[in-house]
Design a protein around this ligand. Structure first.
Ligand code: NAD
Ligand code: TYD
Length: 340
């Protein structure tokens, strides 16, 4: 593992992964390949931009010629694919882009991996492919029950990876992570949206009864887990990555308000997301056997996350004041309030 192509490296988890890897190892080069969609942001990479072992290449994983060019130019031996359309609510509005990037884009990268015979292709996937899990915990061998266009598209990417492993004997691994929180998360996702709205004394739009459960993990822990799987994971295998502890959205919201010393009257119930998955829960024993476990529990993760948004208003105010964000917010939330 010397020249690592990090697709989607200008997004939330990808950029945290780049920071982690360049800080941890001095014998690797990182090449970020990113289309810079609304979610891609070069501000996320400012801390590494002067590092001689970091390179940025703007490109689309759905364009084979662009992928080919970067593979050759940087003699890529490892691909870690974070590039995706990632927001469930947007997938309900416009599913086409999800199918394009998350399924077709994965195929384009797999073809490049095959052509260049690389050492490892690693796919970043999600616990959402298991669907709502009302009881028990999802194991890697469980059937997929996708329920949103986002999770269906991610499952399509996973299945394509497994097909390339089986058909072409390629060194492919997959991780399925739970909900990440932490620095540089685009403020459309619940946690950064609620934290930044609360700082500004704006309503926190909570879907339905707020009793849906997620396993919120700190993004740096997730990135450490990906690194462990890159180094110790077996080709053809899938590894769940999460804390193994679930929190309701209502508890998450209360924690944010408590940390910011804001009133509960800011909580604004709104009509639920269609097909909203009630609970995700992961069994992480397989990756734990490789020596990984989350370093932060929910309280520590949410505290560090809130602190980062309080300390980095320059980062999120630029995004939230833009026309593109405002238009999305209006389209997504206007008129959905349920009277308190
Ligand atoms: P994000 O939306 O913050 O970033 C996605 C990045 O991909 C952006 O930089 C964007 O510009 C880039 N991108 C999108 N389409 C592209 C294309 N066609 N070509 C090249 N680049 C493209 O996403 P994130 O939250 O950092 O998620 C990263 C990965 O982790 C995704 O695959 C996602 O499914 C997975 N995941 C996310 C979570 C989570 O809680 N956020 C949990 C588990 C798994
Ligand atoms: P989100 O961050 O969109 O992640 P995902 O849906 O992929 O798990 O949402 C996290 C949880 O918060 C999910 O149960 C939906 C809920 N949610 C709200 O209640 N209000 C919101 O405005 C958003 C964006 C999410």
């Amino acid at each position: 593992m010397k020249n690592i192509l990090v697709t989607g490296g200008a997004g939330f988890i990808g950029s945290n992964f780049v920071h982690l890897m360049l800080g941890k190892y001095d014998d690797i080069n990182i090449i970020v390949f990113d289309k810079l969609t609304y979610a891609g942001n070069q501000d996320n990479l400012i801390p590494v931009e002067k590092n001689p072992r970091y390179h940025f290449y703007q490109g689309d994983i759905c364009h084979p010629d662009e992928v080919d060019r970067v593979m050759q130019r940087f003699e890529i031996d490892t691909i870690v694919n974070f590039a995706a359309e990632t927001h469930v609510d947007r997938s309900l509005m416009e599913p086409g882009g999800f199918i394009q990037t998350d399924v077709y884009g994965t195929y384009v990268l797999l073809e490049a991996a095959k052509k260049y015979g690389i050492e490892r292709y690693h796919q970043i996937s999600t616990d959402e492919v298991y669907g709502a899990v009302l009881e028990g915990r999802s194991k890697e061998t469980d059937q997929l029950h996708t329920r949103s266009p986002y999770s269906a598209a991610k499952a399509g990417g996973d299945l394509m990876c497994l097909a390339y492993y089986t058909s072409f004997n390629m060194p492919i691994t997959i991780t399925r992570g739970s909900n990440n929180i932490g620095p540089y998360q685009y403020p459309e996702k619940a946690v950064p949206l609620f934290v930044t709205n609360a700082i500004d004394n704006k309503p926190l739009p909570l879907y339905g009864d707020g009793l849906q459960m997620r396993d919120y993990q700190y993004v740096q822990d997730h990135c450490e887990g990906i690194d462990v799987v890159l180094r110790k994971g077996q080709p053809g295998e899938i590894y769940n990555l999460g804390t193994g502890v679930e929190t309701t959205n209502l508890e998450m919201t209360h924690a944010i308000l408590r940390l910011l010393n804001k009133p509960e009257s800011l909580i604004q119930p709104i009509t639920d997301r269609p097909g909203h998955d009630r609970r995700y829960a992961l069994d992480c024993s397989k990756v734990q056997a490789l020596g990984w476990r989350s370093a932060h529990n929910f309280e520590q993760a949410i505290e560090a996350t809130v602190k980062w948004y309080v300390d980095n208003e320059w980062w999120w105010r630029k995004i939230k004041s833009g026309d593109r964000y405002q238009e999305y917010y209006q389209k997504q939330y206007a008129g959905r309030e349920i009277n308190k």
